[in-house]
Design a protein around this ligand. Structure first.
Ligand SMILES: [Zn+2]
Length: 467
């Protein structure tokens, strides 16, 4: 019996080639076989109506674990915000974190996100993404700025977790990586050891880098709010000088499997280092704006304008990330694309830089490149995984569609997603019913909802032990 299915839609946006209308997407098993101009309709075609089929979104920076923190830590300065999250890690049990991460994965799938680059302190994201049928990389987070734990002990613990998670991820489309959290939470000696560990086992690495001004100040001259916090906690710190990216490069942790997140404080020199080492950026425009960190100058840095040497943007891989809902507050890649373009234009007062087309690429194929998964996902091409996001163009806010890319980036919403497929299987499907329970064929969403709200109540009522 043939497993080939033909889907017909008003538009298909392959990303690696121009939009097609009307279009047919042919899927066999878990792979895309062909994208073509639709012919005369026949009875064995599945009609997706007035919609656009795009590759599933690649959200290169998430923290599914933190879904339970949505709307809780509002209007805090960066440092108190991150300290509050760290303190609250003790508020929940593993079952609570599991419910939080699975709820986040379901939210992502309903928004057309089929691949993630997730930094997980608890490991719950792996299970959540696995159940939801997502692909991508789950990076186990590592911390250690003070010397209370020996480097060998931290690396030993991490190795045990990575081995355990690799076993759990077997048979899924998820890889395991490591995430030394940030230069202000991981000391130099630990970074060096983790760089050697990642290299020895060929593990992808993700680091929050060049995010806040206080981080830049700590690295450059050892002053500012973070330095004061170090002093209070009696953490010894000699500023390495220069930029975060330069510092990480000196520590030997940048390479083609390294993903740096944020880059708001990035400089032209940093972009050169990124191009030379092959490291990639995760661009999180909404999170950067909400935490008042700024707008990452990725497109601005195409040329330094001083010595005429330009850094080609195309030589640096950049993907789009929502970051956690603790700083966003939703996983809506349409909104993320829109913010990416509009914030840059508002900041630079210029139309040069990101366009709708570039933002859509960044949210799909660009993200796949940033995670080194471009041979398998990120565009609608024969031989790639059948990871599809089908977006309705029927909304009042969508019509008329003169240009499908403009319609999606400037007017699209996560709630326009009518169905999401990974590996040829519908994981979210709003076509059959308006009832949430029937939209997730493989997930019992009502019991999860109850469990998730219980975890949220625990988080809300949690108080530090010493208060
Ligand atoms: Zn993050």
């Amino acid at each position: 019996m043939s497993t080939t299915k033909t889907y017909r839609a008003e538009w298909a946006l392959p990303i690696s080639s121009p939009p097609i209308s009307p279009a047919e997407v042919i899927v066999d098993g878990d792979k895309i076989v062909e994208i073509r101009q639709a012919g005369k309709s026949s009875s064995d075609v599945i009609d997706l109506g007035n919609s656009a089929v795009i590759p599933g979104f690649v959200n290169v920076h998430t923290h599914l674990d933190y879904t339970v923190l949505r709307g809780m830590l509002e209007d805090l300065e960066f440092l108190p915000w991150i300290r509050e999250i760290t303190m609250r890690m003790g508020a929940l049990d593993p079952d609570d974190w599991a419910a939080s991460a699975l709820w986040g994965a379901a939210e992502g799938m309903a928004a057309g996100v089929t691949t993630i680059g997730d930094c997980s302190p608890t490991g719950a994201a792996l299970e959540g993404a696995h159940i939801m049928g997502m692909g991508g990389i789950v990076y186990q987070e590592v911390f250690g700025i003070d010397e209370s734990r020996a480097v060998s002990e931290i690396v030993g613990d991490l190795t045990a977790k990575v081995t355990q998670f690799q076993k759990r991820a077997a048979g899924s489309r998820l890889n395991i990586g490591i995430s030394p959290h940030a230069p202000y939470t991981v000391r130099a000696e630990l970074f060096r050891a983790l760089a050697a560990y990642a290299k020895a086992y060929n593990l992808p690495v993700c680091i929050h880098a060049a995010e806040s001004q206080s981080e830049a100040e700590l690295i450059r001259q050892g002053t500012g709010p973070m330095a004061e916090m170090f002093e209070r906690r009696e953490i010894s710190w000699s500023p390495p000088g220069g930029s975060t990216v330069g510092y990480l490069n000196d520590l030997g942790i940048l390479g083609k499997h390294t993903l740096l997140v944020h880059g708001v404080q990035g400089t032209v020199a940093d972009q050169r280092i990124m191009a030379e080492t092959g490291a990639a950026w995760a661009h999180c425009p909404k999170s950067n704006a909400k935490l008042a960190n700024g707008c990452a100058p990725f497109e601005l840095l195409q040329s330094d304008g001083t010595d005429g040497n330009s850094v080609s943007q195309s030589s640096i891989r950049v993907g789009l990330g929502s970051d956690s809902v603790a700083s966003n507050n939703s996983m809506d890649m349409f909104e993320e694309m829109r913010f990416a373009v509009l914030l840059q234009r508002a900041t630079n007062r210029s139309l040069h830089g990101l366009t709708a087309e570039k933002a859509l690429r960044m949210a799909t194929l660009g993200g796949a490149e940033a995670l080194s998964l471009q041979n398998h996902i990120g565009s609608l091409e024969s031989g790639k995984f059948a990871d599809l996001c089908v977006v309705s163009l029927d909304g009042l806010h969508s019509a008329p569609v003169h240009d499908p890319v403009s319609a999606l980036v400037y007017a699209g919403r996560a709630s326009d997603v009518i169905t999401t497929m990974t590996s040829g299987h519908f994981r979210y499907d709003a076509r059959q019913s308006t009832h949430l329970d029937e939209k997730f064929p493989d997930l019992k969403i009502s019991p999860l909802h109850i469990r998730f709200l219980e975890a949220a109540r625990k988080m809300r009522e949690w108080r530090p032990a010493n208060l």
